[in-house]
Design a protein around this ligand. Structure first.
Ligand code: NDP
Length: 287
C-alpha cells in the first residue's frame, strides 16, 4: 500500500472533543445545553442502532438528547404534529427524523415540515438551496465529514478534478455542491454514466457513494488521488459471519492512491461528529 490512510476515527474523535468544548462554552453563556432530538418511526434494527449511537454521542458531547420511538403504523399527521411541537420547543436546537420512513409516510413532506434552522440533517429544501447558492446553512453530515477529510489531506483543492459517484440527496448531490463551492471541477456520476472508469481515471478526488461492494476498481484510480469511500456494504463470509466493506476495491486502490479512507473507520465516524457540530451551530444561530 502506498496511499496514506485517512484515519476518520481519530479525526472524528478530535471533532467531537472540539464540539464538546464548544458545548461547554455555549452552556456557560446561555444557561442551557444545546438539544438534539431524534425521531424514529418503526422498528428497523439498523435504524434503531443508528438512533442509539446518535443519542449516546449527543450526551457524551454534553448536549441534551431527546428521543421519540414511534410505532411503524404512526399516521403521517401525528408525525407532522410531533415535528410542529419540536419546532416550537425552545430547548430543541436540532431535529433529526431517521430515514427511511415507512412507505405510507411522505418523507419529502416530513423533511419540509422541519424548521430549516433546526434541520441538522441539512435535507430541507431551504438548506439545499443555501448550499447550492454557496451561502451559510446546515449541510448534510456525511458530505460535510468527507469535505473535512479531503481538505485536511490535500489542502487547497481549487482547480482539482473531482468525481463523485452517486447522486443521492443525502450524499452525492451535496458532496458535488461542496466540492464546487471549494472551486474543484466536479463530475457527478450515477447509474446512467457512460465509461465511469474514464471519469475516475482523471480525478484527483474520488468520492464513492453508491452502495455496491468493490465497484470502483483499483486500476481506475489516478496515481496520487484522494479516494473517499462512503459506501457501507455488509458482506456475508463463508463461516456465517459478516463484515463491512466499501464501494472501492480497497487493496488495489490503496496501491495507487495518495490518500484513502478505510471502511469501516473512515467516513462513517465523521457523520455523527458532523451531526453534533451541526447541532452546536444551530444552537448558536438560534441563541
Ligand atoms: P442511494 O441508493 O440513495 O444512491 C446511490 C447512488 O448510486 C444513486 O445515485 C445511483 O444512481 C448510483 N449508482 C447505482 N449504481 C451505480 C453504478 N453502477 N454506477 C454508478 N452509479 C451508480 O445511496 P446513498 O447515497 O444513500 O448511499 C450510498 C452508500 O453510502 C451506501 O452504501 C450507504 O450505506 C452509504 N452511506 C454511508 C454513510 C456514512 O455515514 N458513511 C451515510 C450515508 C450513506 P441513480 O441515481 O442513477 O440511481
Amino acid at each position: 500500500m502506498s496511499a496514506q490512510l485517512i484515519d476518520g476515527k481519530a479525526r472524528a474523535a478530535a471533532l467531537r472533543a472540539e464540539v464538546a468544548q464548544g458545548v461547554a462554552a455555549f452552556t456557560a453563556a446561555h444557561g442551557r445545553a444545546p438539544g438534539l432530538t431524534v425521531v424514529l418511526v418503526g422498528d428497523d434494527p439498523a435504524s434503531a442502532v443508528y438512533v442509539g449511537s446518535k443519542g449516546k454521542a449527543t450526551r457524551e458531547a454534553g448536549m441534551v438528547s431527546g428521543e421519540y420511538r414511534l410505532p411503524a403504523d404512526t399516521a403521517e399527521a401525528d408525525l407532522l404534529a410531533l415535528i410542529a411541537q419540536l419546532n416550537a420547543d425552545p430547548a430543541v436546537d436540532g431535529i433529526l427524523v431517521q430515514m427511511p420512513l415507512p412507505r405510507h409516510i411522505d418523507s419529502d413532506r416530513v423533511i419540509a415540515a422541519i424548521d430549516p434552522a433546526k434541520d441538522v440533517d441539512g435535507l430541507h429544501p431551504v438548506n439545499t438551496g443555501l448550499l447550492v447558492s454557496g451561502r451559510k446553512g446546515l449541510v448534510p453530515c456525511t458530505p460535510s465529514g468527507c469535505m473535512l477529510l479531503i481538505t485536511e489531506a490535500m489542502g487547497n483543492i481549487a482547480g482539482a478534478e473531482a468525481v463523485v459517484i452517486g447522486r443521492s440527496i443525502l450524499v452525492g448531490k451535496p458532496m458535488a455542491a461542496l466540492l464546487t463551492n471549494a472551486s474543484a471541477t466536479v463530475t457527478l456520476a450515477h447509474s446512467r454514466t457512460r465509461d465511469l472508469a474514464a471519469h475516475v481515471a482523471r480525478a484527483d478526488i474520488v468520492v464513492a457513494a453508491v452502495g455496491i461492494p468493490n465497484m470502483v476498481q483499483g486500476d481506475w484510480i489516478k496515481p496520487g488521488a484522494c479516494v473517499i469511500d462512503v459506501g457501507i456494504n455488509r458482506i456475508a463470509l463463508p463461516d456465517g459471519k459478516s463484515r463491512l466493506i466499501g464501494d472501492v476495491d480497497f487493496a488495489a486502490a490503496a496501491s495507487r492512491a495518495g490518500w484513502i479512507t478505510p471502511v469501516p473507520g473512515g467516513v462513517g465516524p465523521m457523520t455523527i461528529a458532523c451531526l453534533l457540530a451541526n447541532t452546536l451551530a444551530a444552537a448558536h444561530a438560534r441563541a
